[in-house]
Design a protein around this ligand. Structure first.
Ligand code: GAL
Length: 318
């Protein structure tokens, strides 16, 4: 009984009130055990009725952890997907920005991430892992430089035709390289283009709305937040528009990590997820969830809200 009461108190303090589907931005996020959610630089993927939140957890030799939720508000810890012991290549690694996509042809979940050696960022490699079950430990494949290019902040985007693309900061973060993945998603097949050469873009994340693809990225100021920009394109291969400022000059003190498409019975909404980094105590970094709206076909709107109400079943984010 005492334990239950404590858990209820923790949940109330956490800013996640069970019945209303309410997120209070700025507060810590707790999982259903009452423990702080450790899933930074994350990606999200929907499997059946569940949204999975998969991100960086470096607290105890764990690299990537997985949580799930049906309402995007109450998150249940499921498993550590990648740890220092998953592979000898990971013993001294630093893993950032894991993103998981599902491959229909192989029936595998494939994770792409940024790989470094301890706190040194000079390796600048991509890494890949896979699993048949999203809630079970992933099998590590390799780390490498795609077509010999440096590869730091990254994301994977899976299109509706089943093709998947890897975007990553290349050439000391000056360029954003775009690759198509092989049919099994375990490797890169083609270096399609280099977006905004010299533009210094990081933290890429994409979403498709209507006929257009939108790519959101931050600038390059380490753990400090900066102005997010976006570009849009009718074909994922481009041409892409110029980069356009969105939100305020610090992206409301966050750095983008993912945009969740919340497809419900009544509507489809978009939820921006950003990291509010704490570089002194990395695992203390928090998350900010904000609606991403569209004014017209090519103009996203992004504003600060203290609170966000989510009705995942209806597909409404307010
Ligand atoms: C950020 C990047 C993070 C991490 C950090 C290191 O800009 O988005 O993922 O790499 O730099 O300073």
């Amino acid at each position: 009984m005492k334990k239950l009461l404590i858990a209820a108190l923790v949940l109330l303090q956490s800013g996640m009130v069970l019945a209303t589907g309410l997120i209070k931005n700025g507060d810590k996020f707790y999982d259903t055990r009452g423990e702080v959610i450790n899933a930074h630089g994350a990606g999200f993927i929907k499997v059946g009725d569940y949204y999975y939140w998969i991100g960086e957890n470096r607290k105890q030799g764990v690299f990537v952890s997985c949580y799930r939720s049906t309402d995007l508000v109450n998150w249940e810890f499921r498993a550590d997907l990648l740890t220092r012991d998953s592979d000898p290549d990971l013993r001294n690694a630093n893993i950032e920005r894991p993103k998981v996509v599902y491959n229909e042809k192989t029936g595998q979940y494939v994770m792409w991430m940024h790989y470094e050696y301890r706190h040194d960022y000079s390796q600048a490699r991509a890494a890949v892992a896979y699993s048949d079950d999203i809630e079970k430990p992933f099998t590590y494949v390799k780390s490498f430089r795609p077509f010999g290019n440096m590869s730091r902040d990254c994301t994977v985007f899976k299109d509706t035709d089943g093709k998947a693309y890897f975007f990553s900061a290349a050439r000391e973060n000056y360029d954003l390289a775009m690759y198509e993945l092989t049919d099994d998603y375990l490797d890169v097949k083609e270096h399609i283009t280099t977006l905004w050469p010299g533009g210094h873009r990081e933290a890429p994340t994409l979403v498709k709305h209507g006929k257009y693809y939108f790519l959101f990225t931050s600038g390059c100021t380490g753990w400090n937040p900066n102005q997010m920009k976006y570009a849009y394109a009718e074909s994922i291969r481009g041409p892409w528009s110029e980069l356009i400022n969105i939100g305020d000059e610090t992206t409301f003190r966050t750095q983008p990590t993912y945009i969740i498409t919340v497809e419900g019975k009544e509507s489809t909404s978009y939820l921006y997820v950003g990291d509010r980094w704490d570089p002194k105590q990395y695992f203390n970094s928090t998350y900010i969830f904000l609606p991403l709206r569209f004014k017209d076909a090519t103009t996203p709107l992004f504003e600060w809200q203290d609170e966000v109400r989510i009705d995942a079943k209806k597909g409404i984010v307010n």
